[in-house]
Design a protein around this ligand. Structure first.
Ligand SMILES: Nc1ncnc2c1ncn2[C@@H]1O[C@H](COP(=O)(O)OP(=O)(O)OP(=O)(O)O)[C@@H](O)[C@H]1O
Length: 211
């Protein structure tokens, strides 16, 4: 795999656009994301944030434009081991516990060196809930289980669709802390939000989608 250089962004979109029934959802969009950068995709309900995420994760095909991963056409095969996606569907098995769900995720995607499931659960505020079936957790607690995956799975790029949804104030700070640490260690993140995000780790790049 070609290593990213300062001249080669991790992810690049060129004139990317998407339509539904001939109506434009968004675009044309141009952006680039380098290692150590955060980009916020902002826009009202229905402006196309999730659609863009679905394109980036290979669930939808863009109709026009180009997406490049490390300078070459993006394909999920090429980048799947380097990307973690957190969407509206959290991808948790409700009959399993947080500990079991995270072990399952590690089995699929591998784990970072020195990362421990129970440490990750404690970090997201779920110490004491390790063995509870996920179906018994609140919406915010489920979201925290999904966020713990970010601490465990190695990835250069985090794609986070509305990571703040269902979280209380400490949960929002938790997401910002995870993002700040990821960026500080040379990771990159693309984050959607329909609200104003206060990020304390430096001014992020912002892409505004319009209705
Ligand atoms: N499965 C679908 N079939 C048809 N149209 C859809 C589908 N999913 C989304 N849309 C339409 O595409 C547009 C963009 O939706 P999208 O979910 O990407 O917006 P969003 O910015 O993520 O919204 P929100 O902030 O409410 O999550 C909307 O007009 C929506 O009605």
């Amino acid at each position: 795999m070609t290593p990213a250089t300062p001249a080669t962004p991790l992810l690049e979109a060129r004139a990317l656009s998407f339509h539904r029934q001939d109506e434009p959802v968004f675009g044309p969009l141009d952006f680039r994301l380098d290692a150590g950068e955060l980009t916020l995709i902002e826009g009202d309900n229905g402006s196309g944030k999730t659609t863009l995420m679905r394109i980036l994760t290979g669930l939808l095909r863009p109709e026009e434009g180009e997406l490049l991963w490390r300078g070459e056409p993006l394909s999920w095969d090429r980048c799947s081991g380097e990307v973690v996606f957190l969407g509206h569907q959290l991808g948790l098995k409700s009959e399993l516990s947080p500990r079991e769900n995270l072990r399952f995720a590690i089995g699929l995607h591998g784990s970072r060196e020195h990362s421990q499931v129970d440490d990750a659960l404690a970090r997201v505020g779920l110490a004491g809930f390790e063995n509870e079936p996920v179906r018994k957790l609140s919406a915010g607690q489920k979201k925290r289980v999904a966020l713990a995956r970010l601490l465990l799975i190695p990835a250069a790029l985090w794609l986070l669709d509305e990571p703040y949804a269902n979280l209380d104030r400490t949960g929002i700070e938790l997401v910002n802390g995870l993002l700040e640490a990821h960026i500080a260690h040379g990771g990159a993140a693309l984050v959607t939000s329909h609200g104003a995000v206060q990020f304390h780790g430096g001014e992020p790049q912002r892409i505004r989608l319009h209705d």
